[in-house]
Design a protein. Structure first.
Length: 491
């Protein structure tokens, strides 16, 4: 779609709205020619204390024009947010006029659509008022508004238990047995990069040790630890022991309330690895089948069967971890609503206290897009999610965190469900951006959160394993930046 911005350069909010409301359309900044019918003109006129927005939009033979006057108040930062909200709202109204569609999350385009709910609840507003605000101010559908209030309340409860110098730690293992068709993460097949794994562990252990010393000097307290990937259990038992031993030796863990490791694929789960996790006090593991349908597993490039998942879960049960999570994805290639429902039912039969239901995100660089693999349409994905929510609630689960990604099928969401008291704190902390996250490993994204605000700084480790191994100085510089950030806060 051709976009013309007049009186402003708020490309981000316009492009995010375009992605949300016109899936598949890409922004083009070229003059709009005579007779063209796929364009939008977004005009902003600022007056003292007022922002006037006009959107004229044409799409598939239909046109619409919307005008909005939005008052501006508060600090420059607050007024900037108000101006962006007005642009997004006006664009949404024009788009809805030509398409007749209201996405589940309305005009909300960000990764964390329950943030407005968390903020409103923190101000003391009643849940029913917050639901109404989401429906009226953001056009969120009633069921998603209620969902946002639930997960927002969970985030608020965790935030009240965090002190200004509390942080979380993330350790990334960017290796997998094979690359799944839906994946675009910076993860490498162990078959192709086996020689990198041992030097990667060496570099990771060194980085963790340096980070632990920095955290002690800065007087910070770790509240949660999460090892993700990739698939962490592609490491050998000995390599996992080295990484977890470095974590234990380098950090004061007295205040750490959970230690989570993604066990990931069942074909990487062995008794010796589970014994290592148990010996290091891991409190939560995640087994991620994504589907229990053999033909879907083949379609996404997995080399294991559903029977292998049964065997892995039986093995996991022998080690009595306090919490076990299983992941499923709605909308995978070759899947159907009936197949997804069977997968969910089988996962629930294991009795795990956490289930995460993802919606397929069509990521650039994934094999799904590169090879044009057929995937279920939005209606089928909606049917899958419509089955999941009441089924999980009926088995005693409640939603405790959610997030969205770009190019999600049907513009839905990912939801973590758990039994009462079994929530993964790290998931809430990172998705609601409640505290700083100190990240170790290739592709690690360290987030520095100013306590009590929505202001965040980021520092990125080298992206690829080989580069990470060869550039330890970059990781040390990021740790120095992290320490300087906390020194500047003068908490």
């Amino acid at each position: 779609m051709k976009l013309e911005l007049r009186g402003h350069d708020e490309r981000y909010v316009v492009e995010q709205s375009l992605m949300n409301l016109f899936p598949g359309e890409k922004p083009v900044y070229e003059p709009i020619g005579p007779g063209e019918d796929n364009w939008a003109v977004i005009t902003v006129d600022d007056a003292p204390g007022l922002c006037r927005v006009t959107v004229e939009l044409s799409h598939q033979g239909k046109t619409a024009s919307q005008h909005l006057d939005a008052p501006l108040s508060g600090t420059d930062f607050e007024q900037e947010g108000q101006r962006r909200h007005a642009i997004g709202r006006c664009f949404f109204l024009a788009a809805r006029a030509v398409t007749g569609d209201t996405p589940p999350w309305g005009m909300l385009t960000g990764v964390r659509p329950d943030k407005p709910a968390t903020w409103a609840l923190a101000e003391g507003r009643a849940p029913e008022d917050v639901r109404a605000m989401l429906e009226q101010a953001y056009f969120v559908t009633p069921d998603r508004a209620a969902l946002a209030v639930e997960t927002g309340a969970a985030a608020l409860a965790v935030s009240r238990d965090l002190a200004p110098r509390d942080i979380a730690v993330y350790v990334g293992i960017p290796f997998c047995p094979t690359r799944c068709a839906y994946c675009s993460f910076v993860s490498q097949s162990v078959e192709k990069s086996f020689a990198l794994v041992e030097p990667y562990v060496d570099a990771l252990v060194a980085e963790i040790r340096a980070g632990g010393e920095m955290v002690r000097r800065a007087g910070l307290r770790v509240r949660s630890f999460y090892m993700g990937g990739g698939t962490p259990t592609t490491l050998t038992a000995g390599q996992m022991d080295r990484v977890l031993s470095a974590w234990e030796a380098s950090f004061d863990r007295d205040g750490c309330r959970e230690v989570t490791v993604e066990a990931g694929r069942p074909d990487t789960i062995t008794a010796d690895k589970l014994a290592v996790l148990q010996s290091h006090g891991v409190t939560r593991i995640s087994v991620n089948p994504q589907t229990m349908e053999d033909h879907v597993l083949r379609a996404i490039g997995r080399r294991h069967t559903a029977a292998a998942i049964d065997e892995a879960m039986e093995l996991v049960g022998r080690y009595h971890f306090p919490h076990v999570n299983m992941d499923l994805i709605a909308g995978l290639p070759a899947d159907s609503p009936e197949g997804f429902c069977r997968s969910l039912d089988r996962c629930l039969d294991y009795g795990t206290d956490n289930v995460t239901v993802h919606t397929l995100a069509l990521k650039k660089g994934s094999r799904i897009l590169l090879e044009g693999l057929p995937v279920p349409g939005p209606e089928d994905v909606a049917a899958m999610l419509d089955y999941a929510a009441p089924t999980l609630r009926g088995r005693g689960y409640a939603p405790y965190y959610l997030y969205r990604q770009k190019y999600m099928s049907g513009s839905f969401e990912n939801i973590g469900w758990s039994h009462p008291g079994a929530q993964c704190l790290y998931n809430i902390e990172i998705m609601s951006e409640l505290c700083s996250i100190l990240s170790f490993g290739a592709g690690g994204s360290t987030k520095m959160v100013v306590p009590g605000t929505n202001r965040i700084q980021r520092a990125f480790n080298p992206k690829y394993p080989k580069e990470y191994i060869e550039r330890p100085e970059k990781c040390l510089a990021n740790q120095a930046e992290f320490a300087a950030f906390y020194a500047s806060l003068q908490l």
